[in-house]
Design a protein around this ligand. Structure first.
Ligand code: A3P
Length: 347
C-alpha cells in the first residue's frame, strides 16, 4: 500500500511591503521575489510554494546520502569529499562528471523559473547553434521536476539541499544518511554577498553593508541563519546524522575525512587519504571544472568579476566588517547562542 501523502505543515506569508521595496532597490535583477515560510519565517523564492509539498513527500531510500547546509557553508567541498569516499575513490568520474549531475539539487526548481526566463532571453543573442543546443539541454534537465528525476535515479543517490531540516521529509534521518555542514555566519555573509553578485539572476547592486543588513535581519534567502543551523544541530546525535563545520575541514581535513568515512562505513588507506586531500585542496577545487560551476559562465549566468569557488578562507570577514558591524555581529551571535549548546569552532 502506498504511503499516505502528508500535507506540507507550514504556511506561506507575504514579506512586508518595505522589504519588497528594499529588494527592488538592492537587486538589479527585477524579479527577485521572496516569501516567508512557517513559524520561523524562512525566506524562500516564491516558486518554492509550488514544490514544498512534493519535496516534503519525497520517497526516501535507505541508501540515500544527503548533503545539507545553509548556502556558502562549504557544501560543494563536502559533497565532493562524501562522493569520493562513497564511490571507492573514483577520481576519474569525479573529474569528468559535473557535481550537479552526481548530486541533484533538491530545490533547484524554485530557482528554475527565473533562470530559464533569463537564460532563454539571452539565447536570442547567442549565435552559435552548438551553444544554443547545449543551453536547451541544460534547461531541459532543469525543467524536469527534481522529484521525478530522483525517482528515476539508480541507488545510491546523492542529493544536495539548502532547505532547513523541517522542510524535508519527516522520516529522512530515520531512513537515509544526512551530512550537514555549518560555517561562521560572518564568513557566510561575505561569501553569500559575492554569490549574489556572481549570479546574474540576483545581480546584487548594494554594498557589503547592505547585504549584511539583509542577512542579519533575516531578510535574505534561507534565513534566519541560526534557526537553519540549530534545526540540524538538534539532530546531531541521531546515528544517521553527521554535523560538520567548515572550519574543521580547513583545520584538519584528514580528521574530517576519517569521521565521514566512519559514518559511511568506509575504509581509507594512507595513499587514498593523500590523494583525496590533494584532490580536495582549495587550488585543485578552484580549477576543477567538475566542481567549480564555471560551465554556467558559458550561458552568461555569471558576472565576470566573481567565481563560485572564491577565496576558501576562514575569518575572511574581518576585511569586510567595520567596528560597528563587528559589534553588531557579536551581539547577534551571542543572542542566538544563548538558548543552545551550539558552538562554532571559530566563535
Ligand atoms: P568563499 O566564498 O568564502 O571562498 P558552497 O559550496 O556551500 O556554496 O560554499 C562555497 C564556499 O566554499 C566558498 O567560500 C568556496 O570558496 C568554499 N570552498 C569550496 N571549495 C573549497 C575548498 N576546497 N577549500 C576551501 N574552501 C572551499
Amino acid at each position: 500500500m502506498a504511503d499516505q501523502r502528508l500535507p506540507f505543515p507550514y504556511d506561506f506569508k507575504e514579506i512586508e511591503p518595505e522589504e519588497k521595496a528594499d529588494n527592488k532597490r538592492l537587486f538589479n535583477y527585477p524579479n527577485v521575489d521572496f516569501i516567508r515560510v512557517g513559524p520561523k519565517g524562512y525566506v524562500l523564492p516564491r516558486p518554492y510554494v509550488e514544490h514544498a509539498e512534493n519535496i516534503y513527500n519525497l520517497p526516501i531510500r535507505p541508501s540515500d546520502v544527503f548533503v545539507a547546509s545553509y548556502q556558502r557553508s562549504g557544501t560543494t567541498w563536502t559533497q565532493e569529499l562524501v562522493w569520493l569516499l562513497a564511490n571507492d575513490f573514483d577520481f576519474t568520474t569525479a573529474l569528468s562528471v559535473p557535481i550537479t549531475h552526481r548530486y541533484p539539487f533538491l530545490e533547484i526548481y524554485m530557482y528554475y523559473t527565473e533562470w530559464s526566463k533569463y537564460t532563454l532571453k539571452n539565447t536570442e543573442n547567442v549565435v552559435s547553434i552548438e551553444k544554443k543546443e547545449k543551453l536547451v539541454k541544460v534547461m531541459e534537465v532543469m525543467a524536469q521536476p527534481v522529484t521525478e528525476k530522483l525517482a528515476a535515479m539508480p541507488s545510491p543517490r546523492f542529493i544536495k539541499t539548502h532547505l532547513p531540516m523541517s522542510f524535508l521529509p519527516p522520516n529522512i534521518v530515520d531512513t537515509a544518511k544526512m551530512i550537514y555542514i555549518a560555517r561562521d555566519p560572518r564568513d557566510i555573509a561575505v561569501s553569500s554577498y559575492h554569490h549574489a553578485r556572481l549570479f546574474k539572476v540576483l545581480d546584487f547592486a548594494g554594498e557589503f553593508r547592505d547585504f549584511w543588513n539583509l542577512f542579519v535581519n533575516d531578510r535574505y534567502v534561507l534565513t534566519p541563519y541560526f534557526e537553519h543551523v540549530k534545526e540540524a544541530w538538534n539532530m546531531r546525535h541521531h546515528p544517521n546524522m553527521l554535523f560538520l563545520f567548515y572550519e574543521e575541514l580547513k583545520k584538519d581535513l584528514p580528521a574530517v575525512i576519517r569521521r565521514v568515512a566512519a559514518f559511511l562505513n568506509k575504509q581509507v588507506t594512507d595513499k587514498q587519504m593523500t590523494m583525496l586531500c590533494e584532490h580536495l585542496s582549495f587550488d585543485n577545487c578552484k580549477k576543477n571544472k567538475a566542481v567549480n560551476y564555471e560551465h554556467l559562465r558559458e550561458f552568461d549566468m555569471f558576472s565576470p568579476n566573481e567565481t563560485f569557488i572564491r577565496k576558501g578562507k576562514s575569518n575572511g570577514w574581518r576585511e569586510y566588517f567595520d567596528d560597528e558591524m563587528t559589534q553588531q555581529a557579536e551581539r547577534w551571535i551571542q543572542k542566538n547562542l544563548r538558548d543552545t549548546d551550539l558552538r562554532f569552532p571559530s566563535l
